[in-house]
Design a binder for this molecule. Structure first.
Ligand code: TA6
Length: 291
């Protein structure tokens, strides 16, 4: 395994050719390629990679709040999706889990936060984010610890942008019969039918899958299975495609018809608040298996 630890990015390449690239800003996975060099994640051509804005694409990290929470006092002043994706993380090093897989660790603590963010959310915390690359899978895991004396509540989510050929022929299965909050029309208590999810317009749904985190959520493209997402301790799955108008409205979303080539399936703990007492830890993870 070769690691190149640059000033702003870390890249790992397995002996069999698979690779992953992480931007220290936001500990954002920018790229994940299979052995043949085929890119698995969607990254906007307009994504800011200079730290001026959260990355549009790859796997941005959402913490300590999903979206905005105006009625949740402690996080009501935070920017959308919190500050983890907008902060500079430290590369803590690698551990080779085998001769042909590697785990890269990244850290962010309240000491690393800029004053503005610390003012908006004055809790002492530690985040440890691990990215594990193996020949047929990519895992990302976040451990949140309360390092202060004051309890806090948080939400966390792995905002994965999957690269697909054509959204019109994509199906997502594994969420059948599950309750969801539809953020497009605001209806909070819908239930998915026994059919797969298909896409014919803006889609923005927070599911709590009835079969639990161990049951795979599968993304097929043109009838071919491309990705299988298995979760650990992340009880919710957000499914998002901005479609034409919302893509047009995001300055960093390029090309403008790129919505046809991406789908977000996001593992998270966002439908309620995780309360961490002094010294408590919360861990949530996803493993994405290829084909
Ligand atoms: O995960 C879906 C979502 O919450 C959408 O509502 C949309 O806002 C998306 O995240 C992107 O949010 P961002 O702040 O990155 O533009």
């Amino acid at each position: 395994v070769t690691i190149s630890d640059g000033s702003s990015r870390v890249t790992a390449v397995l002996p069999t050719g698979e690779s992953v690239e992480i931007l220290l800003f936001g500990a954002t996975v920018l790229s994940w390629k299979d052995a043949s060099g085929d890119e698995k994640l969607w990254l906007s051509e307009g994504a800011k990679l200079d730290g001026t804005k959260a990355v549009r694409g790859g796997i941005p990290l959402v913490f300590p709040v999903f979206g905005t929470a105006p009625d949740h006092e402690a996080t009501s002043k935070l920017p959308q999706h919190g500050f983890a994706r907008n902060s500079r993380w430290e590369f803590l090093g690698k551990s080779e889990t085998s001769s042909n897989s590697v785990k890269l660790d990244f850290g962010l603590s309240s000491e690393n936060l800029d004053d503005a963010a610390r003012q908006l959310w004055p809790y002492k915390f530690g985040l440890l984010y691990s990215v594990t690359l193996a020949p047929e899978s990519l895992s990302t895991a976040l451990v949140v610890t309360n390092e202060g004396d004051v309890p806090f509540e948080c939400q966390t989510l792995l905002h994965t942008y999957f690269k697909i050929k054509d959204i019109a022929s994509v199906q997502v299965t594994g969420l059948e019969d599950s309750p969801f909050h539809d953020k497009v029309d605001g209806v909070k208590d819908k239930t998915q039918s026994s059919d797969p999810i298909t896409f014919s317009g803006e889609t923005d749904r927070v599911y709590t899958p009835v079969k639990g985190p161990g049951h795979p959520v599968i993304i097929t493209d043109g009838g071919v299975e491309k990705f299988r997402v298995v979760r650990d301790n992340l009880d919710d799955v957000v499914v998002w495609n901005p479609w034409v108008d919302k893509a047009a409205g995001m300055g960093d979303f390029q090309p403008k018809d790129g919505w046809k080539n991406m789908v977000c399936v996001e593992a998270g703990a966002v439908s309620s608040w995780q309360k961490l007492e002094k010294g408590d830890a919360f861990e949530g993870a996803q493993t994405i298996y290829l084909h």
